[in-house]
Design a protein around this ligand. Structure first.
Ligand code: SAM
Ligand code: SF4
Ligand code: SF4
Length: 383
């Protein structure tokens, strides 16, 4: 069947102005949503631009020369991002991931990292500060990022075979440059490094075992991500999803694997460690992860919020609308900009009303929530 690409109208979708409840008393340090999930993790998308055109994320046919990106004035400044991040930390966030688009395309990103690095959790610990990148600029940027205070990176890489990789990024970018970026990040101590591989059946599933062989014993944790129906432009079809259980079978045919416990609450990956002849986990060989976001919904403990580059807050990767925090930050011509306490209260109000569980509903075949709705694009909120 031919690939189907749905034209993009406005991937930014509608937003409503976030509201400040009248009776608030500043940050509470812990926000719980309607399903008992505590806010812990904030993903900040710093740009809507990318130098790759991965067909599952920013297909060329849609993100072409006619596509209009946000003007610079619409983007949150580094100071605005850092201010919001501080407020989120005061509301219980413990981990911040910078993403995009391609985050390393945002000029002087290390300056933002410098502003985020001193932030502390409510109990006084440094935030877990990390970045997801396609790796294309990492060799050049790793040292600056490390010196600015970044702790670790996740690099996306879908194949080792140069031809397959060039086809998947669709801009003819060579795999060797990404591998150099991973080496540079390792040399700078930006670890433990994770590598994310989106698996699309019929496109790169033959690269699963070579990728695992390459990273086994290298200190890098490879994670396989099921191809997801994010956004509305990638023409997603269920038959292109290779279920994580099949990936584990492929790996088990080659190596001994033992299940490992989740490394943190809300962990999205099922972890498997390479084992020795006595079936014991051998840390020197490392681990792989399976992010089975389609076949195994993990909404039950989803503790993630997503902030777009223009200051819209989304409480689900599959949201069809978001909450505008930028007008609270900046004021809207009538109201002046809000205080930190007001911002904290607005964020609290949003999280405490949250009930998202898209993946669970998608898995429930009696529900049609999954298909028809327009949804925000991955490149806008960063995965
Ligand atoms: N450009 C950076 C990168 O590729 O790492 C950061 C942004 S990208 C949107 C974040 C992650 O989302 C990447 O690991 C990418 O592979 C993943 N991703 C994008 N579209 C996806 C899809 N349809 N299904 C599963 N993962 C997807
Ligand atoms: Fe760009 Fe990352 Fe999306 Fe690929 S997955 S198009 S690298 S934002
Ligand atoms: Fe979280 Fe939404 Fe993904 Fe469920 S579908 S795990 S609520 S982001």
């Amino acid at each position: 069947m031919a690939e189907r690409v749905i034209p993009l109208f406005d991937h930014r979708l509608k937003t409503r102005r976030a509201a400040v409840p009248s009776d608030h008393r500043g940050p509470t340090g812990r926000l719980v949503d309607t399903r008992g999930r505590v806010l812990r993790d904030l993903r900040i998308s710093v740009t809507d631009r990318c130098n790759f055109r991965c067909s599952y994320c920013m297909p060329k046919e849609v993100f072409d020369a006619n596509h209009t990106y946000l003007p610079h004035s619409a983007l949150l400044s580094f100071e605005e991002i850092a201010r919001l991040a501080r407020v989120f930390a005061a509301q219980g966030v413990q981990k911040i991931r910078l993403t995009g688009g391609e985050p390393l395309l945002r000029k002087n990103l290390e300056v933002l990292v410098e502003q985020l690095a001193p932030l502390r959790t409510v109990d006084g610990r440094p935030l877990d500060l990390t970045l997801t990148t396609n790796g294309s600029l990492l060799a050049r940027k790793a040292r600056q990022l490390r010196h600015a205070g970044l702790q670790r990176v996740t690099v996306s890489l879908d194949a080792l075979d140069d031809k397959v990789f060039r086809r998947m990024n669709d801009v003819d970018f060579p795999v060797a440059d990404v591998l150099r970026g991973i080496e540079a990040a390792q040399a700078e101590g930006l670890g433990p490094i994770k590598v994310n591989m989106v698996v699309k059946r019929g496109t790169n599933d033959h690269e699963i075992v070579p990728m695992a062989r390459h990273f086994r014993g290298s200190g890098v944790a490879l994670r396989f991500i099921e191809y997801m129906d994010v956004g509305a432009t990638n023409g997603w079809r269920m038959d292109q999803v290779l279920p994580g259980v099949e990936i584990v079978d492929l790996l088990r045919a080659q190596w001994r694997l033992v299940a490992l416990p989740p490394s943190s609450a809300g962990e999205t990956a099922q972890r498997w460690g390479y084992a020795d002849a006595a079936e014991q986990y051998d840390a020197s060989l490392g681990e792989v992860g399976l992010i089975n976001s389609v076949t195994h919904a993990f909404c039950g403990d989803c503790n993630r919020a997503r902030l777009s580059m223009d200051g819209t807050l989304y409480t689900c990767l599959f949201a069809s609308s978001g909450h505008d925090l930028r007008s609270l930050l900046r004021g809207d011509g009538i109201n002046s900009g809000s205080s930190d306490d007001d911002l904290a209260a607005a964020i609290g109000e949003i999280w405490e009303h949250r009930g998202d569980r898209y993946s669970e509903l998608r898995a429930d075949t009696s529900s049609h929530q999954g298909s028809g709705r327009r949804r925000v694009e991955m490149s806008y909120i960063g995965g």
